[in-house]
Design a protein around this ligand. Sequence first.
Ligand code: G3H
Ligand code: 13P
Ligand code: ZN
Length: 332
Amino acid sequence: MVSYKDLGLVNSRDMFAKAIKGGYAVPAYNFNNMEQMQAIIQACVATKSPVILQVSRGARDYANINILRNMARGVVEYAHELGCDIPIVLHLDHGDSYETCKECIDNGFSSVMIDGSSLPYEENVALTKKVVEYAHQFDVTVEGELGVLAGIEDEVASEVTHYTRPEEVEDFVSKTGVDSLAISIGTSHGANKFKPEQCTRNADGILVPPPLRFDILKEVEKRLPGFPIVLHGSSSVPQEYVKMINEHGGKLKDSVGIPEEQLREAAKSAVCKINIDSDGRLAMTGTIRRIFDEHPEVFDPRKYLGPARDALKEMYMRKNIEVLGSAGHALD
Ligand code: G3H
Ligand code: 13P
Ligand code: ZN
């Protein structure tokens, strides 16, 4: 058993309380490798933002749990060396079972998500409660989920959105004891969030997705005053990177993400964690494709992974400052 406390990590409890009070959301950026992790820490130190380093089950298998734990320990020291001891959470994203969550808790994670959202309600309650009972013995915080997002997360795909039913949230939180709740209000996983037929076109001919269901969010907030809410599927799919990928040999479909103004609005509410994965993938892939195309002589991985890391850093800094509003809040 390795405690996250010995790695210099924190759980999400204080972080979320401060985010709700301060009207911002903490970024939860997914990572799978060293360059992504470095970029996240560099961006969050540069903007003095708290951060949640998020690992999917797929990422855990890809990178190895022992390596991940030691990378997390390493970035706590790295942040210190860069000049700001930002609070850092190591979080399991979309945990699928009690066993997966337990393994992460036993291996230094400070926060886990148990995603029972596709189960019947009572089974979701029972599974989430079991994870909370284990996690809280070690002061690890737990995120649960009600409602199903469209899109693909790990191997689970849903064609349609099942919005969170506000009438269930109080019962779920009180029965399970979760520390935060992910809800479904129209965000969606992956780079292809909306089909063109679900969107309208604005005066410039740009596809505009259906607006987020702020009415559901408000109703949830009314029923759970001051309780931390999480938004998954919150990539904005930067068109600059979609274009870069396609101009340099890629084949991405036309795609739109969640408009940044809507995320900014959500961050001012009880939404205190916003999950972003796909945008990082797009920025990294676009940059690497551009370099391969423009410099076919390059074969040193540092020559393309380094610039990809810089592009990620810049994108995350901008999100912290302009979208999540978390910049400047690391030492609140
Ligand atoms: O929603 C979760 C992640 O974006 C999926 O990531 O492809 O590493 O499982 P993954
Ligand atoms: P995106 O696919 O929109 O980046 O969502 C990521 C996510 O929700 C991770 O849990
Ligand atoms: Zn997610």
